[in-house]
Every structure is written in C-alpha cells, then in structure tokens.
Design a protein around this ligand. Sequence first.
Ligand code: ATP
Ligand code: MG
Length: 378
Amino acid sequence: MIKQWIEKQKIKSKMHKCFRHCKMYHEKKQGDKKIRIYPQITNIRPLEDRLEVVFILQTGLSTEAIDETIFKQVFGKNIEIKHDKIKKCVLNVYKNEIPKKVNYDFHLIKNHVAKMQLPFICGLDIHGELIIIDLATEAHLLLSAETGGGKSSLLRANITFLIELNGNYELYLTDLKRSEFGMFRNCSNVKGVYITTSDILPTLKKIEKEMKYRGDLLDQHEVNSIDELDIKLKRILVVIDEVALLRKEKEIMSIVEDISSIGRSLGVHLVLSMQRPDSKILESGNLKNNLRVRISGRQSNSMNAKVAGVEGAENIGMNQRGRMLIKLDDIQEFQGFYLDSAEAKKILKNYKVKGQVHVEPEQQLGVKQENILGVLDE
Ligand SMILES: Nc1ncnc2c1ncn2[C@@H]1O[C@H](COP(=O)(O)OP(=O)(O)OP(=O)(O)O)[C@@H](O)[C@H]1O
Ligand SMILES: [Mg+2]
C-alpha cells in the first residue's frame, strides 16, 4: 500500500511539473506568499498496458494550454492526451512502443477490410491496432512528409494492396518524378501510369467527363451517391505522387480541385502526396479543406506541419522512417506498412495483365459518351 502511495505521489509531482511548464495554474495570495493552484488530479490508475491519469481543468484554464511536448519530456514519448472540449482531461502513458518497422502483409491486412470499398492502409498504432480508412467514406487524402519521410513507400504498399485485393475500382497513377510507379504498369486494376503533364491531362479530362456523366445519372435516379444506384459503378482512384510539381498546371489543378469538391458522391477519389506542404497549392482554393484526411510523416518545422494540417509532425524523429500521424477527427500516430520495391515487384508479377503492353491514355477510359468509365467493364 505504501509503495502504491509513493508511486502516486511521484506521478502527482510529475503532473505538477507539467502543469507548471504549461502554465496551467492559477495563483492565489496566501498571507504574503503566492501559491499555485493546479488542475485537480481526480484519478491515477495503473492499467495493464498503460497508466491513466485523469485531471480536471479549473474555470479559466483552457485545454489549449496543454503542451504535449512538455508532457512527453516528463512522461516519455508514448503518451496520449484526450480531453473533452471543456474540462476533463485524460493522460495515458503507454508501456508499449510503436514498432519501428511494420512489414506489409496482405493476408493479415485483408481480414480487416472486408466491409470497405476503397481501403487506404496506414499502419500500426501504439495499441498494435491496424489503422485503415475507407476512401469511399473519407473521400480524399493528403500525404505529406519531408524527403525520406516514407510517402512513396506508403503509396507503394497501398497500390500493391489494392491490386492484390482486386476490388471494384480503377487506379490512375501519376508519378512525375518517374521513380516510383513504373512497377505498376500493366497490372490489373491499374488503368494508367502517367509520368508527364501531357500524359495525365487527357485522362483527367475524361475523368471530368465521367464525373459529369455520373452526376447526370444520380440526377436521373434522384439519388445522392453512386452507392444508391442499382448498377455498381467502379470507384476511380487518382494517385499523384508529388502533386506540387503540378502547381503551375492550371488546367490540371482545376480538375483536381473539382474532383476534391464533388468526387466523393460520384466515386472519384484523390490521394495526393507532397514533399514540402505547399501553401500556394493547398491554401488557394478549397483543396486543403476538401482533402479531409491528412497524413504526415516528419516535417522539418512546425510551420510546415501546420500547412500540412497535422500539427505535431515536426516532433517525429529524423530517423523514424515511416512514422506518421493521421488526422481525422483527432490525431493518431502510427508506423506505416513497409514494402520495399524488390518485394513489391515480386508480388506484382502475378498481377500483370497479359497483352496489355502499353495502353494510350485515350484508350483507357473508353471514349463513347454512353460508355465512359463507370459503365465500362474490363
Ligand atoms: N514504413 C517504413 N518503415 C521503414 N522504413 C521506411 C518506411 N518508409 C520509408 N522507409 C525508409 O525510408 C526511405 C525513404 O522512403 P520514401 O522514399 O518512401 O520517402 P519519400 O517521403 O517518398 O521521400 P521523397 O520525398 O524524397 O520522395 C525508404 O527507402 C526506406 O528505407
Ligand atoms: Mg517519394
């Protein structure tokens, strides 16, 4: 009992240290002395996988004062702080660490996506849980990180996964650095790999036409989404690695922005990656708001993390390759699935479509108005 009491006092004193550094206290005069009144710690509970500390902010203190960096310095990196909008806060100090590497494993991941139409696989979080989102509901995603942060690797794992999964979707892959997506050429589900702006523009124009066609179809059937149609249209996923290289391409960027604003109900989705979060691209127009899901690997500073929309990404270590934060409603940390190029190529050999040596972009989408994309079957 005494041991437990001492432990709790130690934790309390650590909490007070954090409160002091975050300036989370009120000062009150007592005689000629000033005393500090800290938030009330209402519960300290050692659990199997973590320590839980509950504290209540007194009136006048805001949850904005909670500086996670300070709590990390005091309690170690594996913490999480949750709070309601007003007062109650919970600090979790985890015993586990997020693994340094999580190898891509199709069969393991597959069991978790049964109900998803267009999964985007992220990685493992601190609880060892898989983080996977469904783009059919989340619509579009922005992935950013400084060079070496693991963007292309995560895209590689994702595209390979979608090819292996072979669902009802088509992939349009743009790789202006010409270094990453070549291996996906002629794979099933992959409708095109584009390496120049003149390659991608005609395809995007056809996707735009397809969106118009699908929009009309929804109107005719008086429904709000392709999910409500009897005919099962294929979801279309446009992946652009290094979208910042397109920033001067007005026509392309305008279609990309259109997809970001109306694509969701039409089943047209974007995954964009970006090295340095480019405020010109992201903050002009609606692109950033429309890319609801943001994933970020390490950012070189807090300003870039802010532009990327994932504050805290500047705290990811230089050597933590593939360590990322995802922002949905709140921010979660994970270690990204890793699949190296050689391994990916081995897997993809099994998915090459015979005879599909090179397909011109114009032929990929089907040009007849009544037969564009969605109603086209392979
Ligand atoms: N999830 C991961 N787990 C372990 N190592 C990783 C992971 N992701 C990336 N790496 C390592 O980091 C290296 C760089 O990753 P990657 O090429 O994906 O970064 P990038 O963000 O695309 O960089 P750039 O902006 O320069 O293109 C990889 O070659 C690999 O060695
Ligand atoms: Mg890259």
